[in-house]
Each structure stands twice: as C-alpha cells, then as structure tokens.
Design a protein around this ligand. Structure first.
Ligand code: MLT
Ligand code: MN
Ligand code: ZN
Length: 305
C-alpha cells in the first residue's frame, strides 16, 4: 500500500506564525480558538513504512522528523528514513529544509523541475552551499506527462503536472513565469490503480487540470486562503491570493466550487495560511467544509492510497 503522510499542513510562516497576532495566531497561542498548530508545508510517501520520499523540505523539517518516529528507522549508527527529496517549487517554505539535512551520509537524491533547479543554483544557491556538506544528487523532473519510478517507491508512480501558480518572490522569474515553476503531483498506486493529486500551490484551474482532478480518487489541494483579499482585509499584506499564486476557497470559481464538482472519494485542503478561518474548528467556514465532506489536513494525518 502507498501511504501519504502529512508532515506540515500550513503555508509559509506556519501556524501560529512567529510574528503574527491575527485572530487565529493570537487565539491559538492563548488557547482561545479551537485550532491545532501546524508546521510548514511538506508530505512524505512510503510503501514499506521504512523508506520515504520526502515531498518538499520545510523549514520545520527537524521538528517534523521528531514528530514522526517512522522517519528514523535506526538501522545504522547514522540513518534516516528519507531516501530522496522531491520539490514542487522553489518557495522558501518548500526548500530551506534541505539545509537541515546537510549531515546526510551520502549525496542526497533531489528531484525538481529545471526552473526550480535553476533557482536553487542561482538566486537561492542551496545546491552550491550544500556541495560543501552532503551534496545533492540532482535529477530533473520531466514535464512530458511520463509516469516516473522514483526510489524508494516501487509500486507508486509519480507524474509532474505543470501548474499556474507563482515562482518565489526572490526568483528572477516571479513576473516572467516558466513552465515548471510550480508542479502538482499525480501519484498512482500501480497495484490498485488508485490515484491521488497533490498541489499545495494552485493559482488557476485550466481545462487540462480539471481533467486531472476529475480522474483522481484523492485530491489534496491548495487551501491557503479563504478569500482572495484575506491579507489585505487583515492589513497584513497588499497582495491578493491570486497575486501570490493561490486560488481562494470561497466564492464563484473558488476551490470549494471546484471540489464540489469532483467525484473524488476524499477532498482534502492543505497548505493552509494562518489567517484562514477554516483553521478554527468552530468557525462557520469550517462547518461549511464539513457539510460538503471537505477535509482540512493536519500534521500527522495519514492517507492510504
Ligand atoms: C506561498 O506558497 O505563497 C508561500 O507559502 C510563501 C512563503 O513561503 O512565504
Ligand atoms: Mn507556500
Ligand atoms: Zn496569523
């Protein structure tokens, strides 16, 4: 069986965010809202429970490993269950955890698209920095729709699906998008034929993507913001969700409307920003999701494919 474990279900900044006193962050610190803290965006996939493909390397990776004993199978004096890392974009919340893995005993296998590898060689040169530690064994993820066998997974295939979202603010391509700046993953368990689609950053739904989602048994998608102007309303930023590469949940053409139209047996929101009212389990927005069978990912959630 292929198991997908959510290591971090929050967007960049985590929940609560260190410098934030929005109603959610302040409320969870004081115990005044019914919500659980969440670390920054990452999942891991395994088939045997011992060897894992880490998908995104969160700045919270060390805390995530501590919270997940299965990631430390302790077979040798120095060991890890993390056999390889795949990155879905070059955002800070998805890549900076690589620095924390620098004590790895061999070159760390890393899978990412060409634009992401370029950002990590240049604008945020983690590859060069890490060459002085464990080093990275870099593999370019193709965007031709080919299903890939990525060790340690044997029965699950991974297909990179290019998405409309945004390169990171530091990238020279923030305003000059390249195909492969952001990807979603189609994960297929070839023994059962069951299919999951994972996309923590999803800015726009194209007809192709709609087909992809319709064909998925499990969708695990961008739940960053409730409304497009969430950060503006709270006075926290002057950028809309769309400008950050995220499709908001509510309203016409929003993620909830899209999920309602899908046959998937599980619809799960992930990469939740700390400002999002769905984090409060007693909020009307959360009840709205509950009534539609839409789940909100939490750190430690396990999904069997
Ligand atoms: C995003 O996906 O927009 C990020 O969470 C931004 C960040 O890491 O700061
Ligand atoms: Mn992010
Ligand atoms: Zn906050």
């Amino acid at each position: 069986m292929t198991t997908l474990r959510v290591l971090g279900s929050a967007a960049g900044g985590g929940f609560p965010q260190w410098n934030c006193n929005c109603p959610n962050c302040d409320g969870v610190r004081r115990g005044a809202v019914s919500a659980v803290p969440r670390t920054q965006s990452s999942i891991a996939l395994t088939e045997n429970g011992l060897d894992w493909l880490l998908v995104n390397a969160s700045p919270d990776i060390l805390a995530q490993i501590r919270a997940t004993p299965a990631l430390q199978p302790a077979r040798e004096r120095r060991d890890t269950g993390i056999a390889a890392v795949l990155l879905m974009d070059a955002q800070i919340d998805h890549v900076t955890g690589l620095l924390m893995l620098r004590e790895h005993q061999r070159r760390l296998p890393l899978y990412a698209t060409e634009p992401v590898l370029a950002d990590l060689s240049d604008a945020l040169p983690l590859a060069r920095v890490l060459s002085h530690y464990c080093g990275l064994d870099r593999h370019r993820l193709p965007l031709d729709g080919e299903p890939l066998h990525i060790a340690p997974l044997q029965r699950a295939t991974i297909t990179a699906v290019p998405l409309d979202s945004k390169a990171p603010p530091y990238s020279p391509n923030r305003h000059a998008p390249r195909r492969g700046d952001n990807i979603g993953l189609r994960i297929v368990d070839t023994a059962t034929g069951r299919r999951a689609f994972y996309a923590p950053g999803l800015g726009r739904i194209t007809p192709d993507l709609m087909e992809e989602l319709r064909g998925s048994d499990i969708v695990l998608v961008d739940g960053t913001f409730w409304v497009d102007d969430e950060m503006l309303r709270l006075g926290l930023s002057n950028r809309t969700a769309a400008q950050m590469g995220h499709l908001a949940l509510s309203g016409a053409g929003g993620m909830i409307e899209l999920l309602d139209a899908l046959p998937a047996s599980r619809k799960i929101l992930i990469h939740i920003n700390n400002t999002n009212p769905i984090l409060d389990e007693r909020s009307p927005q959360r009840r709205h999701l509950d009534a539609r069978g839409i789940e909100v990912a939490w750190d430690g959630m396990e999904i069997a494919l």
